[in-house]
Design a protein around this ligand. Sequence first.
Ligand code: AMP
Ligand code: ZN
Length: 272
Amino acid sequence: MELEQKVKQTLRKIKLNKREKILVALSGGKDSCVTAYLLKKLGYNIEGFHIYLGMGKYSERCLKAVKELCENLGIKLHLYDIKKEMGSSMCYIRAKVQHEKKGLKNCAICGVIKKWIMNREARKLKVNKIATGHNLDDEIQTFLMNIFKGSPELSANSGAITQNVKDKKFITRIKPLFYVDEKDIKKYSKEKKLPVVYEKCPCALDSYRIQMREFVNTLTKKQKENVIKNFEKLLPKIKKLKSKEKLNYCEICGEPSRKKICRMCELVRNKN
Ligand code: AMP
Ligand code: ZN
């Protein structure tokens, strides 16, 4: 099926409404760029959001691409400068966390921080949903990593729409490219000549994910689609593995959290 058709079908499946305001998390890479391009093309009400990570030339190139895209699409861009808001660049924040909590991977720390920022800023902007560029390959990698780690329950909230978490402070996240093969996204972004930074994040050195990516790259499109189909079949069972903890609010920052202190504060704010 064509990429656009697949995305349309996904948006129908998750019942996305054209009146809802959607904040597209734009990294500067191809996936989030194609996500914004298609949502706009299909008539959705979107605005862009970019976290400027302050990681030298790479971040500058990402910011430039995001600005160009939003200008071309005629959408508003909200910028979050991590240095201004949090006092230092992502590299520094991460190095500090790793100094205290050895063994944590770059992407894991960065992911926690980005999600925390996205949810908080999206709520301030009063949007209905956050859209990210996660694609079929990303989702299979994460699913398999969780299986190999022995923690399939970590995939319980995965899917084209974040399920289960119903809380007024938690903004629902959607992944319009959930069923789309990464290679097709790359091809599409080139065909449409979209402003994209194709180089990988210089800090993405998580050997486990790299290993998983190499494995997923050996699969055919059909096989990848089957992995996701089976994941969805298993999802009701996976959800049952998850403890029924209620969502609380973090005692430090007030954001939704399953524990007393959220993951972000545990890593970045709580110095113990
Ligand atoms: P990643 O974890 O880097 O593969 O990114 C996954 C998704 O998160 C991307 O497709 C974007 O939607 C979003 N994202 C990543 N980095 C940023 C950023 N610096 N600013 C805004 N959104 C981002
Ligand atoms: Zn917190």
